[in-house]
Write a protein that binds this ligand. Sequence first.
Ligand code: G4P
Length: 530
Amino acid sequence: MADLKQEIERRRTFAIISHPDAGKTTLTEKFLLYGGAIQSAGTVKGKASDKHAVSDWMEIEKQRGISITSSVMQFEYNGYCINILDTPGHQDFSEDTYRTLMAADSAVMVIDAAKGIEPQTRKLFHVCAKRDIPIFTFINKLDREAQDPFDLLDELEREFGIGTYPMNWPISCGVNFQGVYDRAKKCILTFENHHGGRQRLEAIACDITETEKLDSLIGEYRRRELCEQVELLDGACFDFDLEKVRHGKLSPVFFGSALNNFGIEPFLESFLEMTTSPLTRKAEGGEVDPFDERFSAFVFKIQANMNKAHRDRIAFMRICSGKFERNEEYFHVQGGKALKLSQPQQMMAQEREIIDTAYAGDIIGVFDPGIFSIGDTIADPSMKIRFEGIPTFAPEHFAIVEQIDSMKRKQFDKGMRQIAQEGAIQIFTLPGSGMERVIVGVVGMLQYEVLEHRMLTEYGVKYRKTDLPHTLIRWVENKDIDISRLKLSADTRWIQDFHGNDLLIFSGEWSIDWALSNNEGLILSEFDKM
Ligand code: G4P
């Protein structure tokens, strides 16, 4: 029991979110270097694949076996056991990316200091914010020309509606970058180009009032600038409040340079101190305490194996309570059956290995013979709980997909349904039309590539796909109206889900406004169900 408590207390499970190229891979790599999980830079993969064209993706997946390499990594640092959940950017972006965030207890948001908030960061941030998980901001690439740090903070606060608290403050940027001033520890971390490896930088204790010492460290001009800015910060910015941080209302901000390994270790240390070990999770049947010794977990991602020879799938579970033991009998709530998970896998940096035990906070992957769905609960039989489902995220791209060979009707139907059930795509019907013609909705275009590949290789089906211009989707809440009689702009389309619920898809906000103002009493609601 003591062992269980200790193990869970030292766990930290977080996601890294960023827009492509902000430096997520570089930062992850530095974390792993500090944890001793890798020996040299350039080993974190997922990055290599990011650089490939979309069509190469399947090939890469095959080489990787399954794509867990880049999605979950575990390493040890200063007594902590850390699980990093990667959220792919680039072409890999899909609904999976959003779902991965459901398994994290906090998020690290990497921002390019020259670019500020970019679209992908915005999307991912909103998913984290809906769950109120703590968000830590790392403003990267201070070794390059950067935006004014006050402007960056202002943008974060304005766009995301959260408070920010700079933990350190940059002393200039680009070629003039001198380092950062640590506000709490009152010390300067001086910047020298290209600190490779795991070398630890010694901070120089120096309060903002120590004029002479500061002058000798960063020069008089920079000292004046720094003092003015820090004074401004002390007067104008939010007070530090750990409770607010832990509820996602205040984001601690760190400035640094991942590539130069600058400011990473102080960031990691503060981050680990401020975040908590796994928290209780809501479930039907009561809240689940992570320290409950009984095992419970939910499935947040299902990865179909791209290898044609092995049609197996891997279901990824986030452990929410207790200790997992291989070959122990657990209960799959949605399937209503007892089961044993005999080959659970976990990632230790690059290596995938079969594990015997795991604890709350950890992520394990298990072979799925087709029994699991996204959001399923697996738990100790005595627990009688069901975790709250994983939200469905609003598709942003839509296409009509039609079968072209009527002899393959059954396979088309089966394939589309199964792939949708795994959560790889979302499908809708056109009222009055059968299953031979469906609307496929996705959040990332890569999902279409995966669908086409899987339909062909697993179900032997080719289809015709016509992209639609729609980007927005809304539920029609009114149950008693005749949708066909609504006055809608020509580009608005009526579709249904598989339960016969009505939805409308639009090509812009303008069409939504038009629908609302021309149909009195019409109630439209956002698609995301959290
Ligand atoms: P991502 O995972 O968020 O997409 O970003 P990634 O780490 O791959 O970094 C994107 C590019 O930015 C890389 O350059 C990387 O070296 C660079 N970078 C990351 N952190 C810093 C930093 O602190 N300062 C500077 N100056 N550059 C940084 P690349 O040329 O695209 O790739 P590579 O050829 O260097 O591997």
